[in-house]
Design a protein around this ligand. Structure first.
Ligand SMILES: Cc1cc2nc3c(=O)[nH]c(=O)nc-3n(C[C@H](O)[C@H](O)[C@H](O)COP(=O)(O)OP(=O)(O)OC[C@H]3O[C@@H](n4cnc5c(N)ncnc54)[C@H](O)[C@@H]3O)c2cc1C
Length: 432
């Protein structure tokens, strides 16, 4: 029997908070109690603002307690793509901000004394094609020269010293990326925000909001609230309360499976450096050892339409065995999923619309970005000079013919899967 709840919830399940009275007026209402909303709430409460954070589920029950815990601050487009689209200075600023955000996360965890198994173990990105190894080697050079990030190419002959597989054509190892226990991190962040004075209302949906003289009228499932400011922090769980945003973000289902505990010898053979792992396939997988080093947690897209977990779980298991053939037939104990939010140019962003503030669109890399962007949105409200950010873009454009149902995803997956398969040896084509 495969458990459908996240592996992380065994140590830190989202809690049902004691119901607090609704304040009819406050300085700031935040919609969504994940990393973004709580980080914004913590920053504002510490600056003396009255803050109410609403979540329609239990706080953290969105992506923030379900994710892989890989603290990458990843940007999906390559440096070259960003340079072409936004210019050299902006591309460089985005990479520099990612570095700052990663470093600041590590400092934050330490400063706030959050026990979340954070370890800066490094990340290996496997090249699925030989040509991609060359690109990764150039990226390593660029990271070292322009950002002083310890990064180097690992040729295929040395790959097994980092990862016990011959699946990739070598890869990129960088030292500045680590992993944490996402649900423990969430619990620590939530505790800090509440201790600072932010009120968190779980299981209380925001139904809508509208500008009014001097602020906003917010309709919640427990009645109306007035606020000077509203921050929307709903990311992949954006619902009909904000139909405008829903047309701009595509919630994509991501699923993770956890293997049963593996022997120490096998783990040492498969993950000798216990690094976080990514790869260059367009339909890529991400994986890591569990914080206690006993299992592999393996994630990727969930392309199921019927919602039956058996098929996507099986697909992930096959993909895992493609990379580590010794895991063919391994027992899977957990298989769960959540929503990540994609936007048209695949860049996380902070923006305003008619006075409402938004921090969304992390494209599957919110462990670093969401906390950072939430804090930036709060600093904007406070008029703090630290609010300046390379993530300040115009709102993402609406997606044509899209109103919340991603009917086009199966075609997108088919196309990306095909381009992954082209140019790969036949024995590796099965599940890409
Ligand atoms: C399976 C999976 C694996 C991932 N792996 C990684 C990883 O390894 N590394 C990484 O960096 N990122 C990863 N991510 C992405 C990361 O988890 C997210 O980017 C991040 O958690 C976003 O945080 P958030 O606070 O913005 O949104 P969420 O945590 O999703 O919170 C949004 C909240 O808004 C609430 N909400 C929505 N509408 C309303 C409403 N009308 N009223 C009240 N509340 C509302 C929802 O209930 C939800 O709790 C992964 C995500 C998933 C799903």
């Amino acid at each position: 029997m495969v458990e459908a709840l996240p592996y992380w919830w065994e140590a830190a399940p989202p809690s049902r908070l004691a119901r607090r009275a609704l304040e009819r007026r406050c300085d700031v209402v935040i919609v969504g109690a994940g990393y973004t909303g709580l980080s914004a709430g913590l920053t504002l409460a510490r600056a003396g603002r009255s803050v109410q954070i609403f979540d329609r589920q239990r706080p953290g029950e969105g992506a923030s307690t379900r994710n892989g815990g890989i603290a990458s601050g990843n940007l999906r487009p390559s440096y070259k793509q960003m340079r072409r689209k936004f210019g050299e200075a902006r591309a460089q600023a985005l990479l520099a901000e990612a570095k700052m955000a990663r470093e600041e996360l590590a400092e934050f965890v330490k400063r706030e004394n959050i026990e979340c198994d954070f370890r800066l173990v490094g990340r290996f990105t496997g090249a699925a094609k030989a040509s991609e190894y060359e690109r990764l080697a150039r990226e390593a050079d660029h990271l070292r020269k322009t950002l002083r990030i310890e990064a180097h190419a690992v040729p295929k002959v040395e790959q097994r010293s980092v990862l016990g597989t011959d699946f990739y054509h070598g890869g990129l190892l960088r030292d500045d990326i680590g992993g944490l226990h996402p649900a423990k991190f969430f619990a620590g962040l939530c505790q800090a925000a509440r201790a600072a004075g932010a009120t968190v209302h779980g299981e209380t949906a925001v139904l809508g909001f509208a500008a009014k003289a001097g602020g906003f009228a917010v309709e919640t499932a427990r009645g109306p609230v007035e606020a000077d400011h509203v921050i929307v922090a709903t990311n992949g769980y954006t619902d009909g309360a904000d139909p405008w945003l829903r047309r701009r973000l595509v919630p994509v289902c991501s699923r993770i499976i956890a293997t049963a505990p593996l022997s120490n010898n096998l783990m040492a053979q498969l993950m000798p450096k216990q690094v976080m792992c990514a790869e260059t396939r367009k339909l890529h997988y991400y994986y890591r050892p569990s914080p206690d080093g006993t299992r592999i947690l393996f994630g990727g897209r969930d392309g199921s339409i019927a919602g039956d977990p058996a098929w996507p779980t099986h697909q992930l298991k096959r993909a895992l065995a493609d990379i580590f053939p010794v895991l063919e037939g391994v027992a899977i104990t957990h298989s769960w999923w959540g929503h990540v939010a994609m936007n048209r140019d695949m860049i996380p962003r902070i923006f305003s619309r008619d006075g409402l503030r938004y921090a969304v669109g992390y494209c599957g890399s919110g462990v670093v970005w969401a906390r950072w962007a939430g804090q930036k949105a709060a600093w904007q409200i406070l008029g703090d000079a630290r609010a300046r950010s390379a993530l300040e873009f115009r709102p993402p454009p609406a997606i044509p013919l899209y109103n919340g149902t991603a009917w086009f995803l199966p075609a997108v997956y088919a196309w990306l899967g095909l381009s992954d398969r082209l140019g790969r040896p036949r024995r590796y084509r099965a599940s890409s």
